[in-house]
Design a protein around this ligand. Structure first.
Ligand code: DON
Length: 577
């Protein structure tokens, strides 16, 4: 059966959906691309950031592959066609729902700092932090990649098709060529550091130095060979042997060399960690725990706003947004102080305590913004840390996949900034994930929890999320790229689906509005003026932003069937059968 795009209203006429009984309260501010309809499928679905990648995942699902099988195929194609965002040279967090076992697992494939890296990694000779882009470009920022090892572990546990088969769509595209997408072409503009890399320069740019334009057929035989090696040899082919040696050489040979060794690559281990889950109204919302701050921050916000009725106010209401934005402010204050690699800095156990969140939520004033929030004192706090000021900027990718048996993947994957460290090795780019650490190791005489340490994972904001109903059934999965704004983007889509009853497409298209414990950042769309005015009246400093979220979301309907949405701000699609 071919995929159909149906408006949600058409679906509602044919299915009995007690949880979706009526239209959203209040009319939402117009979303972006209002003509874009949610995608519908009966059996399986992939929502991913690029149509070629989504098609590869769909092919695997059609062949009887599991959600994890499809995720691997999608990731390998993304490495080729969305090289600015994610790839085998980076890291990822994957939430996996096993329908038969009714088990949620979270896989941590986050990069690690090389063993020899220390707290002063990003301090210059004068003891001051490097400028951000000086730290990004070159070997210093490159973390030990984790995505492939993590996917291998997930495949061992949940794979159905042979590992090697999952690489075939990407290998064929890398060998035969793919058309450069408009977004990739746009990201190639003005990237002098990428152009200067001896491998990436000739691959992405023309002899006169201009970027190859959208539509150009680009083949990547070096990546085809690398993927073939991993297809045959597993993640060992990346973490040991000649490819690993080339990674080490590229990091050591860069203008700003890093200290990564073969032992770092050999020693990398993905982790299976406990999900962070909170009850929220009729549901249970689960996300990725540390080293991501995403799951904890979203759980804190939901815990703080649960006592308020957001549905009655509706998505056009400054009062409803005020509650979410203020709760987000408070959550970011805690995030900046307490969240880091849990293997080095244990999370204070009381951070998600209901009483603690009720107290924090009690700080929110209904008629007036708090201004800058300070971190709380959660029960069980063991050490005192100074706030982190690390910076995060756009790239990254999110995918959601549901297979025919109802198993699901929600995975955010990244090489950090656009084209990572700008170092290309054997057809793929190396990440700059270490710039997610705090550049400053201490402040006010206290250590920063997210300071650099050898072998440690940098704090992330990636927020792959899943929501379950009272009977423990999966009802939706979502996530987004966007650096620290990921938390706000994901929260927006989550609340839009849970409290405002929007379908996944309308939820992701809704204007972005968030607060990271500073100004309130609002995506300026034609209908956003009244919301901005209302928030200003409540004391918010409203800052217009361009907000290239890349949300993907899939909702599982109670009677069977899937509804998907992909962010109109990027090139994603939701496809299924
Ligand atoms: O792990 C993180 O939170 C960041 N490295 C993600 C970077 C990102 O999302 C860039 N975004 N568009």
């Amino acid at each position: 059966m071919t995929m159909r795009r149906w408006p949600l209203a058409a679906l509602l006429c044919c299915l009995v959906l007690p949880a979706w009984a009526g239209p959203p309260a209040g009319s939402p501010p117009p979303g972006l691309a209002p003509e874009r309809m949610a995608a519908y499928a009966r059996s399986h679905m992939v929502a991913a950031a690029n149509p070629l990648a989504a098609a590869a995942g769909r092919t695997i699902l059609q062949a009887g592959g599991s959600a994890v099988d499809a995720a691997i195929a999608v990731q390998m194609v993304l490495t080729l066609v969305e090289p600015q965002s994610s790839g085998i040279g980076g890291g990822a967090f994957l939430l996996h729902w096993s329908a038969a076992g009714r088990e949620l697992r979270t896989y941590d494939g986050r990069e690690t700092a090389p063993a020899a890296a220390g707290p002063n990694l990003f301090l210059g000779a004068d003891g001051r932090p490097l400028r951000f882009m000086d730290a990004v470009v070159g070997g210093l920022s490159v973390g030990v990649p984790g995505a492939v090892r993590m996917l291998e572990a997930a495949h061992r546990a949940h794979g159905r098709l042979p590992w090697a088969d999952l690489f075939q769509p990407a290998i064929a595209l890398a060998r035969d060529g793919f058309a450069i997408s408009p977004r990739l072409a746009a990201t190639l503009q003005d990237d002098a550091a990428l152009r200067a890399d001896p491998a990436a320069g000739p691959y992405f740019y023309q002899p006169d130095g201009s970027p190859k334009p959208a539509g150009t057929l680009l083949a990547n035989p070096a990546l085809a060979a690398t993927l073939q090696a991993i297809a045959t040899g597993g993640a060992d082919a990346l973490h040991t042997g000649p490819i690993a040696q080339d990674i080490v050489a590229a990091v050591a040979g860069a203008a700003r060399p890093g200290s990564m060794t073969l032992a770092d690559l050999v020693g990398y281990r993905p982790q299976v960690r406990d999900a962070v889950c909170v009850p929220y109204r009729l549901w249970r919302v689960c996300g990725m725990g540390p080293p991501s701050s995403g799951g904890v921050a979203i759980a804190q916000v939901l815990g703080m706003v649960e006592r308020h009725d957001l549905t009655a106010a509706g998505p056009a209401s400054p009062d409803a947004w005020h509650l979410l934005l203020e709760a987000s402010r408070l959550a970011f204050a805690d995030r900046d102080r307490y969240v880091a690699d849990p293997d080095r800095v244990p999370l204070p156990p009381g951070l998600l305590d209901r009483r603690y969140l009720a107290d924090r939520g009690g700080l929110i004033r209904t008629g007036e913004s708090l201004g800058r929030a300070t971190a709380g004192e959660p029960p069980g706090k063991r050490a005192d840390f100074a706030p982190d000021r690390s910076l995060e900027i756009p790239a990254t990718s999110h995918m959601v996949i549901v297979d025919r048996d109802g198993n699901a993947v929600s995975m955010t994957t990244t090489i950090e900034g656009p084209f990572g460290s700008k170092l290309m090795v054997r057809g793929f780019l190396l990440n700059n994930e270490l710039t997610d650490f705090s550049f400053v190791p201490e402040a006010d005489g206290r250590p920063v929890a997210n300071r650099v340490e050898g072998g440690k994972r940098p704090r992330s904001s990636m927020s792959p999320t899943m929501v379950f109903d009272r009977d423990g059934r999966l009802v939706m999965a979502l996530g987004s790229p966007g650096g620290a704004r990921i938390i706000g983007y994901t929260l927006k889509a989550l609340v839009a689906m849970l409290d405002w009853d929007l379908d996944p497409q309308r939820a992701v298209s809704l204007p972005n509005l968030l607060n990271r414990n500073g100004p309130t950042e609002l995506e300026m769309t034609p209908g956003a003026g009244p919301l901005a005015d209302g928030l200003r009246r409540l004391g918010h400093e409203v800052q217009p932003m361009t907000a290239p979220s890349g949300l993907q979301a899939i909702r599982l309907l109670p009677g069977g069937g899937l509804v998907g949405g992909a962010d109109p701000r990027r090139e994603g699609v939701a496809v299924g059968d």
